[in-house]
Design a binder for this molecule. Structure first.
Ligand SMILES: [Zn+2]
Length: 475
């Protein structure tokens, strides 16, 4: 596909979305003109043979497996020796490759907010899919209208991408930015939920608090069967969890409960740095971890974005950087170069405490999912999600457990685990094929070759080629 025609099809899709039939969540996507150049496997029945399988449930990886896909579904999974491939199926014999479930991700901004002006990362859906993301929740937005339009473009087949779960604007009693929805009273907060639910938002995100705003958002969203996440500071994780929030974003760094000198109900100043000297193994933090885990609230790990704020550790990934158009790329490079003097940095020891906290949360039975939070500090969609895999392994999780955090756990949090999130017979065929073995070498996780969405196989490199040099470039 030519680069110019890509931009044209995206623009056309946004105009056409009202008349488009939505992508059936559990169906194989229809092959449109926009998708066709990137489709590698569209056979009715096909099979991956001779692959290593990490199925997303946390069970140990298995070698020399066969995965049979029929239509949108996985028909069979098992050892090659005992798993028949149906007559007429297309066979993809892929020794030396690993198959994972599609990634289910819960902090996937499609706008660039941390470097230069706020702009939409207009091709981010295609890049997410290229890197294996098959479900993405946007986790608050400064451009919610544009995200709904992007979802419509994806659902109508005008833009390759994962199933998008769009969040309304950030809801805040004390908004940090003008683009946030200010909710001074619970009535305001309920009105924001009603308005954006009617427009198609299925998640809401509360920023900071306060508690009465969070409570109103939770009540209004849950009454509609919708979900709530938060980037909190005036409300502790433990309190929000007991109030019924679905997902606490970012983990330990944003749980204000343990900040020395905290005033209840207020956001502490400089909490990130203050948390760095808190003892995660101590009784107060451990009691809070148990309280959150017992409440059933999930936590969304976003280690990769915080790593971009650690001086001396943060590195720009050249493969991710080359996806951006020249102007945002320059802004990202400048933001990275200015990190030390930016006024917000994360000490290395705090990143390690975040890792320790997440291990303890999982050990306590907590549901840990993940998301990338691609901000203007160096993460790109897709690449940030996969950097989280490397960091979760560095944190001490077995690679199979890290995959579960990125897949089945996210599906549980989204309420879609009955039909996706793991590679099991009967589930929808949302699959990722990578070259090599990420258990032996975590960096192999970036080597996506084929990504199946509802049984339709996309050529990952073709999708990357569509985006390269153009992300967030505008039209
Ligand atoms: Zn965010």
């Amino acid at each position: 596909m030519s680069l110019n025609s890509t931009a044209a099809t995206v623009a056309t899709a946004i105009l056409a979305f009202l008349s488009a039939a939505p992508l059936g969540a559990q169906e194989r996507p229809a092959i449109t003109d926009a998708l066709r150049p990137h489709v590698a496997v569209d056979d009715a029945v096909w099979a991956l043979v001779g692959v290593r399988l990490v199925d997303g449930t946390g069970t140990p990886a298995r070698d020399d497996q066969t995965v049979v896909v029929r239509g949108a579904r996985i028909e069979a999974v098992g050892p090659r020796a005992t798993t028949a491939v149906p007559d007429g199926a297309r066979v993809l014999e892929l020794p030396g490759h690993t198959v994972l479930p599609g990634l289910v991700q819960l902090h996937e901004h499609t706008y660039l907010g941390g470097a230069g002006p706020v702009v939409q990362m207009d091709l981010s859906a295609a890049l997410m899919l290229a890197m294996g993301v098959t479900h993405a929740m946007t986790a608050g937005s400064q451009l919610p209208e544009q995200e709904l339009a992007m979802k419509s473009a994806v659902d109508s087949g005008a833009l390759p991408g994962p199933r998008l779960h769009v969040t309304g604007p950030y809801i805040s009693g004390t908004p940090a930015l003008q683009t946030f929805a200010r909710a001074t009273t619970p009535t305001d907060a309920r009105a924001v939920v009603e308005d954006w639910a009617a427009r198609g938002a299925t998640w809401f995100k509360v920023h900071n608090g306060p508690a009465e705003i969070l409570a109103a958002v939770i009540e209004a969203a849950h009454a509609r069967g919708l979900r709530v996440s938060g980037h909190l500071c005036s409300v502790t994780f433990g309190d929000a969890a007991e109030m019924g929030i679905d997902a606490l974003q970012h983990g330990f760094i944003t749980d204000s409960e343990h900040v020395p000198g905290r005033v209840p109900g207020l956001c502490p100043r400089g909490n990130q740095v203050a948390q760095a000297d808190v003892d995660v193994a101590g009784p107060a933090v451990q009691a809070s971890i148990r309280r959150i885990a017992d409440s059933g609230a999930a936590v969304v790990s976003t280690l990769a974005v915080y790593e971009t704020f650690v001086p001396g550790r943060a590195r720009l990934d050249p493969r991710a950087l080359e996806m951006f158009a020249p102007t945002p790329r320059t802004a990202i490079e400048a933001a990275h170069a200015g990190l030390a003097s930016s006024g917000f940095t994360v000490p290395e020891r705090l990143l390690r405490k975040m890792m320790e906290w997440e291990r303890d949360f999982v050990a306590a039975g907590g549901l840990l999912a993940a998301g990338s939070d691609p901000w203007g500090t160096g993460l790109a969609p897709g690449y940030g999600n996969l950097r989280n895999f490397e960091l979760l392994v560095e944190a001490g999780f077995a690679s199979e457990e890290a995959v579960r955090i990125l897949t089945l756990n996210g599906a549980r949090l989204m309420g879609v685990d009955a039909w996706t999130g793991s590679v099991e017979a009967g589930k929808v065929a949302d699959l990722v094929v990578v070259r090599g073995d990420p258990a032996a070498d975590p960096s192999r996780i970036y080597g996506t070759t084929l990504v199946a969405l509802g049984g339709l196989g996309f050529d990952a490199e073709s999708l990357r080629g569509m985006v390269r040099g153009r992300l967030a470039g505008g039209r």
